[in-house]
Ligand binder design. Structure first.
Ligand code: LCS
Length: 402
C-alpha cells in the first residue's frame, strides 16, 4: 500500500490510473455520452451491478471519476462526487438529507442561491431553517430541534468572512446524530479539511479556487461512502446535475496548482489587509487572517492561512460603494472568486441580493460592504488600483460637499 501523499503531491497524482491512461501524462478526456457493451448480456450485468464498467456518462465517466477520486483524497473522504455546479452539489446534498417537515440549522450567512434554495424548500416542502453563528455549545444545543436533519454551514461565510468552530460543532452534533455539512468553497482542502474536524460532508463550488481560472462552473461533494453512494444513486443520478467530462478535465488541470495559487492568494490578501486597515475611507475590514479579527483563534485552529477573499466596509453610502467599483481600472467588477484575476463585487446588490434586507443586515451584509477576491497579480498593482479608486471617491464626495 502506498503511503498517504501530502497535499502538494495529491493534487497532482491522486486518482491517476495508469492502466486507463495508456501512458498519457495528462488525464485522457473521455468526451462521450455513452459506453458500448460487447454483448446484450454484458449490458444486463452492468445494469445489475454484477460487472464493473461504465454504462452512460450521467452514471459515471472515467475523466470525471478521476476528479472524484482526487477530491476524496484531498478532503480525506471515502468517496467524492462531481456536479455541474456548486448549486447542483448543494441541492443534491440537501435534498438527500431532508424530507418534508424537517429542519436545517445553518450558519448566519450563506451564499445567496443556497439561501434561495432553502426558502424554496420551506415553501414547497415545509422544510424549515434557522440561522446561528453557533458561537457556543449552549447556543448550538438551543438551536437543535428534534426535527433537525442536518447542520449546513459555510466557514468562512460568504461574504462576511466570519468563521464557525468546526470541531465544536461536529462534536455536539455527533452527540445528536445530526450530520454536519460544510461548504468549503472559500478555503479549499489546502487551507481547511472539515472532515478531519469531525464533520460529515464537504461541498465545493469548484467554480472558484479548485478551477482557479474562471472558465468552469462545477461542484464537488466528499464524504462517507454510504451517504455518497446514496447521493450517487438518487439525487445525482435522478435529478441529473452531473459534470461534463471536459469540465472535469479542466478542473484536474486547475487542481495541480491549487497549493501554489492558494499561498499567493493568501499572501496578496494579507498585503491588502495591511493597506485597507490604514485607509481613512475604510470603516472595517473582515479577513480571517487578521490577528485583530475576533475569529482569529478559530482560524489558527482550523485553517492553514486566511485565504484570498476580504470584505470591507467603505465610508459613505451605497452610491459611494458603487462609485468605488466603477473607478477601478483592471480589477474586474464580477461575482465569483478564486480566479487569477482580482474580482470585486457588491454583495447587497449582487451575490446576496435575493436575501430580504432584514435578514441580509442581520448577516452583516450592509450597503457599504464590498467583497474582493485577491487575484494572483502583483499585490502592489492591486492595491494601486484600489487606492486610486478610493481617491476618486473621496474627491467626488468633496466636490459634492463644495
Ligand atoms: N457555495 C458558495 C459558498 C458559493 O460562494 C457559491 C457561488 C456556491 C456555493 C454555488 O456555486 P456555483 O453553482 O456558482 O458553482 N458563489 C458565488 C459568488 O460568491 N459569486 O458568484 C458565485
Amino acid at each position: 500500500m502506498q503511503k498517504k501523499q501530502r497535499m502538494e503531491t495529491a493534487v497532482i497524482h491522486a486518482g491517476y490510473d495508469s492502466k486507463q491512461h495508456l501512458g498519457s501524462l495528462s488525464t485522457p478526456l473521455f468526451q462521450t455520452s455513452t459506453f458500448t457493451f460487447d454483448s446484450a448480456e454484458q449490458g444486463e450485468k452492468r445494469f445489475a451491478g454484477e460487472e464493473e464498467g461504465y454504462i452512460y456518462s450521467r452514471l459515471g465517466n472515467p475523466t470525471v471519476r478521476t476528479l472524484e477520486e482526487r477530491i476524496a483524497q484531498l478532503e480525506g473522504a471515502e468517496m467524492g462526487l462531481a456536479f455541474g455546479s456548486g448549486m447542483a452539489a448543494v441541492s443534491a446534498v440537501l435534498v438527500a438529507l431532508t424530507k418534508a417537515g424537517d429542519h436545517v440549522l445553518c450558519s448566519r450567512g450563506l451564499y445567496g442561491c443556497t439561501f434561495g434554495l432553502l426558502s424554496m424548500m420551506k415553501e414547497k416542502y415545509n422544510i424549515t431553517h434557522d440561522f446561528s453563528y453557533m458561537k457556543t455549545e449552549e447556543e448550538l444545543r438551543r438551536m437543535i430541534r428534534p426535527e433537525t436533519a442536518c447542520i449546513f454551514i459555510e466557514t468562512p461565510i460568504n461574504p462576511t468572512m466570519k468563521l464557525l468552530d468546526l470541531e465544536m460543532i461536529a462534536r455536539v452534533s455527533n452527540e445528536y446524530g445530526i450530520p454536519v455539512v460544510v461548504d468549503n468553497t472559500f478555503s479549499t482542502p489546502y487551507l481547511q479539511r472539515p472532515l478531519e474536524s469531525g464533520c460529515d460532508i464537504v461541498i465545493h463550488s469548484a467554480t472558484k479556487y479548485i478551477s482557479g481560472h474562471g472558465d468552469v462552473i462545477a461542484g464537488l461533494v466528499a464524504g462517507k461512502a454510504d451517504f455518497m453512494k446514496e447521493v450517487a444513486m438518487t439525487t445525482q443520478k435522478d435529478i441529473g446535475g452531473v459534470l461534463s467530462p471536459f469540465d472535469a478535465w479542466l478542473l484536474l488541470r486547475g487542481l495541480k496548482t491549487l497549493p501554489v495559487r492558494m499561498d499567493r492568494h493568501s499572501y496578496n490578501a494579507g498585503k491588502l489587509l495591511e493597506q485597507l486597515n490604514n485607509h481613512p475611507l475604510v470603516k472595517q475590514v473582515y479577513y480571517p487572517g487578521d490577528d485583530k479579527n475576533p475569529d482569529f483563534a478559530i482560524m489558527q485552529r482550523q485553517m492553514k492561512q486566511g485565504g484570498g477573499v476580504l470584505a470591507f466596509e467603505i465610508v459613505g453610502s451605497k452610491k459611494d460603494a458603487q462609485k468605488f467599483l466603477n473607478e477601478l481600472t483592471f480589477i474586474k467588477i464580477a461575482v465569483s472568486l478564486g480566479d487569477a484575476e482580482s474580482l470585486i463585487q457588491h454583495p447587497a446588490t449582487m451575490t446576496h441580493a435575493v436575501i430580504p434586507e432584514e435578514s441580509r443586515l442581520k448577516m452583516g451584509i450592509t450597503d457599504q460592504l464590498i467583497r474582493i477576491s485577491a487575484g494572483l497579480e502583483a499585490w502592489e498593482d492591486i492595491w494601486g488600483d484600489l487606492e486610486q479608486a478610493f481617491t476618486k471617491v473621496r474627491d467626488g464626495s468633496l466636490e459634492m460637499k463644495n
